[in-house]
Design a binder for this molecule. Sequence first.
Ligand SMILES: Cc1cc2nc3c(=O)[nH]c(=O)nc-3n(C[C@H](O)[C@H](O)[C@H](O)COP(=O)(O)O)c2cc1C
Length: 221
Amino acid sequence: MEFLEVFKGRRSIRSYKPDPVPRAVIDEILAEARWCPSWNNTQLWEVVVVQGDALEKFKSGQLEKLASQAPSEPHIPTPEKFPPKWHQRVMQVGISCLKAKGIGKEDHEKKNQYFQEMFTLFGAPVMLLFLLDEELNLPYGMMDIGIFMTGVSLIATAKGLGTLFLSTVIRYPDLLRTLFAIPENKKVVMGFAMGYPVESDPINRFERQRIAVEDFVTWME
Ligand SMILES: Cc1cc2nc3c(=O)[nH]c(=O)nc-3n(C[C@H](O)[C@H](O)[C@H](O)COP(=O)(O)O)c2cc1C
């Protein structure tokens, strides 16, 4: 695939085939992603790959947390409120997803089912967790991890895989620590789902929105 085809072809995948991703493929993606830039070449990302029984246990744990309405306590707090200018964009994604699923505004049962799907990675067979050591400068480290995750996501796309950055999987660090032996001195910065997309599913096909270039660029000449 051409680079720009991969770049623009990457999109959030919210419906996955159950087919496992061979370990060699995941290994290769991570090995290639090492060529991402990082501040002073610190390469401070740490990754936990979760699949098989370990992922099934996590999915059960997530559903228990959702059912008990456990409070979300991620190491990196999710923004709760957006100023109006940005709020509209936040709303748009949710509207597009629910519309693609044919879920009405007031259909609480189906909405709940949708959240269950999200909490269980939309059926993805692989979860990647991205960690940062507590000793490192968090804002700067997050920049490097963000760049690395983008690399992983694009390389995965080039190999025919789908990915989804998913703040929903880092809501309960206690669950992650218990199941995956993540030490106390590591912060779970973000996670994502990975697997083979169900190409025909409308949730993987709706038209995405982007702002115009002039809305975020200032030229000085
Ligand atoms: C840090 C981060 C966390 C995200 N968390 C979620 C999530 O919890 N659930 C979800 O459905 N999408 C999540 N997304 C996906 C975004 O909604 C998506 O990237 C955005 O709408 C742009 O769409 P695109 O990725 O298809 O281009 C997340 C994206 C990022 C970068």
